[in-house]
Design a protein around this ligand. Structure first.
Ligand code: PMP
Length: 406
């Protein structure tokens, strides 16, 4: 048993005290969004109470304070992901935005016949932008197939790679199944054929501290709201040469050098990709969330969450006809399951009545559901502030739902 002081940590999260349908909340929808600690809430309140101002343009004190705090938050992200330079650490509105910046930029680089590889385990946000890109450029989309255990078929990946491979897009961790993908191998092999790799770190970032230089990844994207930060803010890391090469995504203020009606020249990095007034408070709060998680420590978080995963898996498997999808040895604390032919939505509805929040449906990953020939799953996803006692409540609630529906 661990020495992880989860009860202390829970005191940081005011929302965990609330009741839902008269029952204490058991929040197991962390893969959709994480909860926010008081330390981050305080930063948000402080910003709007004391130094709310637009950044990068005012000479007045508030504007400078806001600019300093925002740029310090950028440096927190830079350090966390071991990014070489702060200007390669771009603020975005989230993972989806980061992916679209890269996809849109590549529409001016790719030619007909070039190949893009995505994985069968992707979130829709890492599928649809590439399909749109292929339609625009005539590039061809190839898919790394998955296996029954919810892992990527790496032999098939080897066979897909060729001199035509220009880009590979893969998530670090699958949000639907929790599988940790072998991104090191994917990156190294793609580089051997001269392609670039974008890793979607949305689901990995709350559990794994990625080092973009050690990974040698070309692009890495995350969302603040999965890491105890607010919604509407995220990060895109890119290798400098790529960020210089890609055209801007949006035009507007902040992203220019000189503007005349004859010709506009663009600002340097990171401003080239940060048109318009950004989510200033969100960026500052994202930095605070990263500080909060690092103070607990990612190794401690991963070890504790793994304990929760093992504990919950053992108990759930005692339920007759319960099938867990995704049996990779390397997975984060996500359990996607169905019981017999009961519709996942029906289980989710009963769990909600009992105060247990889970996600039901296709989890924005319809191709995975099609692979298993199911309409969706019930997905319980754990965070470092969850407890074994909550898992007991959840398992009892699943049993009750099954006895009512079965
Ligand atoms: N990729 C993965 C793996 C995700 O889990 C999510 C969020 N569910 C996204 C992308 C999209 O992130 P966002 O909605 O924050 O842009």
């Amino acid at each position: 048993t661990s020495t992880f002081d989860v009860l202390r940590i829970r005191e940081d999260f005011p929302i965990l005290n609330r009741k839902v349908n008269g029952q204490p909340l058991v929040y197991f929808d962390n893969a959709a969004t994480s909860q926010t600690p008081q330390q981050v809430i305080d930063v948000i309140v402080d910003y709007y109470s004391n130094y709310n101002a637009n950044i990068h343009r005012g000479v007045h004190a508030l504007s400078q304070e806001a600019t300093d705090a925002y740029e310090q938050a950028r440096i927190k992200l830079q350090k966390h992901f071991n990014i070489p330079q702060a200007y390669q650490t771009l603020f975005t509105s989230g993972t989806t935005h980061g992916i679209n910046i890269v996809a849109s930029g590549f529409s001016e680089i790719l030619k007909a016949g070039d190949e893009i590889i995505v994985s069968a385990l992707e979130h829709h946000s890492n599928i649809v932008p590439w399909q749109m890109l292929c339609e625009k450029t005539g590039a061809v989309l190839k898919v790394i197939p998955m296996t029954d255990s919810g892992e990527l078929d790496m032999n098939a990946f080897d066979a897909l790679l060729s001199a035509q491979t220009k880009l590979v897009f893969v998530n670090h961790v699958s949000n639907a199944l929790g599988t940790v993908n072998p991104i090191e191998e994917i990156i190294a092999k793609t580089h051997q054929v001269g392609g670039a790799v974008l890793v979607d770190g949305a689901q990995a970032s709350p559990h794994i501290k990625a080092d973009v230089q050690a990974l040698d990844v070309d692009f890495y994207v995350v969302s603040g709201h999965k890491m105890c930060g607010p919604t509407g803010v995220g990060m895109l890391y890119g290798k400098e040469a790529w960020l210089e090469k890609l055209p801007p995504y949006q035009g507007g203020g902040e992203m220019i050098d000189q503007v005349t009606f004859e010709k506009t020249t663009y600002a340097g990095l990171p401003h080239k990709f940060e048109a318009g007034t950004p989510n200033i408070c969100g960026g500052i709060a994202f930095g605070a969330a990263i500080d909060y998680m690092n103070a607990i420590g990612f190794d401690a978080i991963a070890a504790y969450e793994h304990e929760l995963l093992v504990y919950a898996t053992q108990q759930l498997l005692e339920i007759e006809d319960l099938r867990i999808y995704g049996e990779s040895k390397d997975k984060t604390a996500v359990i996607s399951f169905n019981v017999g032919s009961i519709h996942p939505y029906d289980i989710g509805t009963i769990l909600d009545k009992l105060g247990v929040a889970v996600r039901t449906g296709h989890h924005c990953a319809q191709p995975i559901m099609d692979f298993y020939k199911i309409p969706g799953t019930v997905r319980a996803s754990f965070s470092f502030y969850n407890t074994k006692e909550e898992i007991d409540v959840f398992v009892a609630a699943v049993k009750k739902a099954v006895s009512m529906l079965g």
